[in-house]
Every structure is written in C-alpha cells, then in structure tokens.
Design a protein around this ligand. Structure first.
Ligand SMILES: Cc1cc2nc3c(=O)[nH]c(=O)nc-3n(C[C@H](O)[C@H](O)[C@H](O)COP(=O)(O)OP(=O)(O)OC[C@H]3O[C@@H](n4cnc5c(N)ncnc54)[C@H](O)[C@@H]3O)c2cc1C
Ligand code: FES
Length: 279
C-alpha cells in the first residue's frame, strides 16, 4: 500500500540537458524497491513531490509516459533552492519521490476524440507524457487525429529534441513546431503559438485541446480556440500553484474551494471560469 507521506527512494539513472543554456534537465529515476515501481501507477498529467534529503522537496510534473516502463522521468528547470540542488546532482544520487499526485489529463474521457496538444516553452513535460501515451501501440487507435503544436523562443529552447524527431517520422501525428523569430537553418514555422494555432485551424468537432505554457500564451491561445468554436469543456489546462504537502492537507494551493494538488492540477476552462481569479 502506497503511503503518500513517505518518499520512495530512487536513484538517478540518467541526466539529459534539454536546452542551450543548460538550466533545464530531464532526470530519469529508478526505484530502489520493485514494489514501489509497481505501486507508482500514474496517468499523464500527474505530478510528484521530489526530495533531496536535507535540502527540501518540490512538486514536478511527470514527463515520462506510463507506457515507458521501468523508470520515471521529470524535467526540472533551475529556479531556487531545491531545483538548483537537482541541477548539481549526479547519476547514482538518491532522490525521494512522493506520488503520483493530482488528477492528470483525463485520458479515459479523451478516448474517441481528436486531441490537440498545444505547448509553449518548458511547460511541455506533461504534454510529452500525454503525446507518448497516445502514440503507444496499445493506445493509438483509441484516439482520433493527434495534432501537436509546440512553440519556443528559439530552437535552442525546444525540449525533447530526440522525441520530436521520432514523432516527426510518424504519419499518425501532425507535429507543428514554431519559434518566435527567424533563425538560420530553421525550416519549420516562425511566430507565436496562438497565430500558428489559428493557421493550423484544428477542428473543434469531437475534439479536446490541451494547453500548457506561460500565462500570455495560454490567454492568446484560448482566444483562438474560442474563435475555432472550442467550448469551455473542450479546453484543458494544468495549473502550477505553489504547493507544500501535495495531498490536500496544508491549504497552500487552494483557489476558492478547490485544492490544485488534489482536484487538479488539470482543470477544464469551464471549471476555471467558476473559480476566483487567483491563479
Ligand atoms: C503541479 C506542479 C507541477 C510542476 N511541474 C514542474 C516541472 O515539470 N518542471 C519544473 O521545473 N517545475 C515544475 N513546477 C514548478 C516547481 O515546483 C518550482 O519551480 C519549484 O517548486 C521551485 O522550488 P525551488 O526550491 O527550486 O525554488 P524556491 O527557492 O522555492 O523559489 C525560487 C523562485 O521560484 C519561485 N517559485 C517557487 N515555486 C513556484 C511555483 N510553483 N510557481 C511559480 N513560482 C514559484 C519563488 O517565488 C522564487 O522566486 C511545478 C509546480 C507544480 C505546482
Ligand atoms: S499543497 Fe497542501 S493542500 Fe495542496
């Protein structure tokens, strides 16, 4: 039985630098105890509290897909105390994991629908998880058309280059990559995410749009999705509120009567519109 207060011990198996300035890294962890691996059943969009003993704990979205067995991956941007400590870690170091936490993307309810994944900047980790999950051979025929639109300031900031190359070779995903400004050697789209979404114009019929990114990108993209007649129930977003316990006890993350750690972090636009504007 999983106790969400007790960190499970893992070791770092690999560390991948994701961007040019080297402040975003993907860490792959293996559980020390086989039972912990079996108990860590997650869906894309969930998160976990990651801890380094003596340094602290922080919530991070799960970047791997449950279909990638044997380990779990997290992409961490260097921000402050704990995340900087992760960036000093080495392969083999011990890391505690409490989780999986939160609700995640509603992958069951999304079955039979076209999926439009829209990401901006480094907030792409749980979108990577979702895309990998849908593309898995056991899942791909359970979903309709898959469109992924992913934008970054420049090509050096684009995460998961290995996965993007792999996805690009497939014919069951429409992958649209964009960067803010022209760059030598860049052959994909140039421009902000929202106008690119407008240009791609995904159909809203029987579709779900999943949007993650900086607030301005979310705002402008939602406006475009509304123009394309996506209803509030068809637009999903994941919130990154400050958190402590991650399990609905400390009251650190609540918005109105909702705990982001427990009721979220994934909310539909319809749900968000009912909450006080504190996110
Ligand atoms: C559900 C969820 C999923 C997340 N997923 C990821 C992820 O996949 N990758 C990732 O790198 N980060 C993610 N974060 C953000 C991450 O938790 C924070 O960056 C981290 O807690 C900072 O800890 P620290 O000790 O390094 O920084 P601190 O020393 O605590 O703070 C450093 C700076 O960051 C600010 N800060 C701290 N926490 C937050 C926050 N939650 N939102 C905005 N500003 C904050 C502080 O005000 C301060 O300015 C997620 C947060 C949530 C709630
Ligand atoms: S983080 Fe403690 S209640 Fe949500």
């Amino acid at each position: 039985m999983l106790d969400l207060y007790i960190p499970m011990l893992t070791n770092i198996k690999s560390i991948t630098s994701e961007n040019k300035v080297n402040d975003i890294k993907t860490f792959e962890f293996v559980f020390q105890n086989d039972d912990d691996l079996k108990n860590f059943n997650y869906v894309p969009g969930q998160f976990a509290e990651l801890s380094i003993i003596g340094k602290g704990e922080c919530p991070i979205g799960i970047a791997s897909s449950p279909t990638e067995e044997g380990s779990v991956k997290f992409t961490i941007k260097k921000m402050g105390t704990v995340t900087s400590q992760f960036h000093k870690s080495e392969v083999g170091d011990v890391v505690g994991i409490r989780g999986p936490l939160g609700n995640g993307w509603p992958v069951e309810d999304m079955k039979g629908k076209d999926i439009v994944v829209i990401g901006g900047g480094f907030a792409f980790s749980t979108l990577r998880s979702l895309t990998e999950y849908i593309l898995h051979k056991d899942n791909r025929d359970k979903y309709g058309k898959l469109t992924v639109i992913y934008g970054n300031r420049d090509s050096g900031e684009t995460l998961y280059k290995f996965d993007l190359e792999k996805w690009e070779k497939r014919d069951d995903i429409e992958l649209v990559l964009t960067i803010d400004r022209e760059e030598e050697g860049w052959t994909k789209k140039v421009g902000f995410v929202a106008p690119v979404v407008k240009e791609v114009s995904p159909s809203s019929k029987n579709a779900i749009a999943v949007v993650c990114g900086p607030p301005i990108m979310i705002k402008t993209t939602i406006a475009v999705l509304e123009e394309l007649e996506f209803g509030d129930e068809q637009i999903l977003n994941s919130l990154e509120m400050r958190m402590k316990c991650g399990v609905g006890k400390c009251g650190r993350c609540n918005i109105g009567n909702k705990y982001v750690c427990l009721d979220g972090p994934v909310f539909s636009l319809a749900e968000l519109k009912k909450l006080p504007n504190e996110y």
